[in-house]
Design a protein. Structure first.
Length: 167
């Protein structure tokens, strides 16, 4: 990170933050998808990398494709069909049980304080068998510290999405 990259400066603060952190870590997989279907297909390839137990942060702006990616992950784990995976924006946690993993899809968009986070008792969900897929978890330093994998999604135009798995 020598001098500032002008393309990063033109982008949102969010993107600049992601980029500065990504540079210090290992990118395990990187892909650019061109449709929701391609993002789902990419999600389907991740079962090996996401063998439980895992805490996964899904990072990206609203509409970046975080929930869409979970459709692929959950269907590949045979835990839910793509259509059954919907955003846990209001319910906060959706659980999908599969033969090889219990998936917990969590949306912290509406959770603002560490105290509110505590009421969700996420630690109780962390078993040998569980994969926690957390949207907006980067708001909480504790989750950033404890995460095993981060998946960062960035828009590239209307239907392009750059997806990076970062350890
Ligand atoms: P998030 O959970 O990050 O807020 P969603 O997965 O709910 O985002 O929504 C992503 C939206 O973007 C969906 O309407 C989807 O159809 C659309 N979309 C367009 N192109 C893509 C793509 N390449 N990957 C994922 N979603 C895409
Ligand atoms: Mg979502």
């Amino acid at each position: 990170m020598g001098h500032p990259d002008p393309t990063v400066l033109r982008n949102s603060t969010y993107t600049a933050g992601v980029d500065s952190q990504v540079n210090k870590r290992a990118v395990l997989r990187e892909v650019t998808t061109r449709s929701a279907e391609e993002t789902i297909a990419f999600g389907r390839t991740l079962t090996e990398l996401l063998t439980p137990p895992k805490l996964v942060l899904l990072r990206g702006d609203l509409g970046a494709g975080k929930t869409t990616l979970v459709k692929g992950i959950a269907s590949a784990f045979e835990a839910a069909s793509e259509e059954d995976v919907t955003s846990p924006t209001f319910t906060l946690i959706h659980e999908y049980r599969g033969p090889r993993a219990n998936l917990f899809h969590i949306d912290l968009y509406r959770i603002d304080t560490p105290r509110q986070l505590e009421t969700l008792a996420l630690d109780d969900l962390r078993t040998e068998n569980s994969v926690l897929l957390i949207e907006w978890g980067e708001k909480f330093p504790r989750l950033v510290r404890e995460r095993d994998v981060e998946i960062a999604l960035e828009r590239e135009g209307e239907s392009g999405r750059r997806i990076r798995l970062i350890r």
